[in-house]
Design a protein around this ligand. Structure first.
Ligand SMILES: Nc1ncnc2c1ncn2[C@@H]1O[C@H](COP(=O)(O)OP(=O)(O)O)[C@@H](O)[C@H]1O
Ligand SMILES: [Mg+2]
Length: 249
């Protein structure tokens, strides 16, 4: 079976700062890839490159049958096509504060994808049920807890029907007591065979869900493997990083 995601030779500099130095990985459909590594190692830049929010200097990103080789300037159609394959969930949810939950969920499908408001609303209600927020469609973001807002953020990304969900530290801005409910939603998505790429420092959660673990350090994948990377790392820098994470948690 071919992989749903392929990232090859990804390079990115910001001015003199060489942030990604040849990142390679692949992931089959239905798999969970966990990215971890110290702050500044390039994790967010990888996710942003996959969604073409950042433009790599070189390398190939393929999701499904949409692919861009960044060694040439990509055209607008290719960017649009690749971008549509993935949905992003950020650390802070970035919901529109003046729109209701339902309004937030149907905005992209209706405005960007030109779907009918009725159909988008029906899908949105099903997604709200999936993230445990049935009946909250008329609430405004400010009336929800941070954990509920982040669950709406996940539903909003799914509303665009991506093939892959990219989650960048989805719980790190939350109060500790709200982390569990968001992780539970992500666990459900994994159980339903969503293809996920997650940056997280929640090591125990990662052990449960990860099919693949990539440890990033200074813009390269310094260690990779299955969930055993988290319990039995081979590289000294992975070991030191995990020890710090487990101490902090
Ligand atoms: N838009 C940008 N402009 C300049 N430097 C950036 C930009 N985005 C990221 N960087 C730098 O690239 C490095 C990697 O960033 P990032 O991918 O956010 O790392 P991580 O998510 O692993 O903490 C950091 O040193 C960061 O300061
Ligand atoms: Mg980051």
């Amino acid at each position: 079976m071919t992989d749903l995601i392929e990232v090859h030779g990804l390079e990115k500099s910001f001015g003199p700062h060489h942030v990604l130095r040849g990142v390679d990985f692949a992931a089959p459909a239905g798999s969970v890839t966990v990215l971890l590594g110290p702050s500044g190692s390039g994790k967010t830049t990888i996710l942003r490159s996959m969604n073409v929010l950042a433009t790599p200097d070189a390398g190939v990103v393929r999701i499904g049958d949409s692919s861009i080789d960044f060694s040439r300037p990509p055209d607008r159609r290719a960017i649009k096509s690749l971008r549509a394959r993935s949905g992003m969930v950020f650390q802070a949810h970035n919901l529109f504060p003046h729109k209701t939950v339902l309004g937030n969920l149907i905005e992209g499908p209706v405005q960007v994808q030109k779907r009918s408001p009725d159909e988008a609303a029906a899908d949105a209600r099903a997604l709200l049920e999936q993230v445990g927020l049935s009946g909250r469609e008329d609430a405004y973001p400010s009336q929800l807890s941070g954990g509920q807002q982040q669950r709406v953020g996940i539903a909003r990304a799914l509303a665009l029907k991506p093939e892959v969900l990219l989650l960048d530290e989805p719980t790190s801005a939350l109060d500790p007591e709200l982390v569990g409910e968001v992780l539970a939603v992500i666990r459900d998505l994994a159980a339903e065979n969503w293809t996920l790429v997650i940056v997280t420092h929640e090591v125990h959660f990662a052990q449960d869900v990860a099919d693949q673990v990539l440890f990033l350090d200074e813009g390269v994948v310094a260690e990779r493997g299955g969930a055993e990377v988290l319990t039995d790392p081979q590289e000294e820098r992975t070991r030191r990083f995990l020890a710090r994470m487990l101490d902090a948690g």
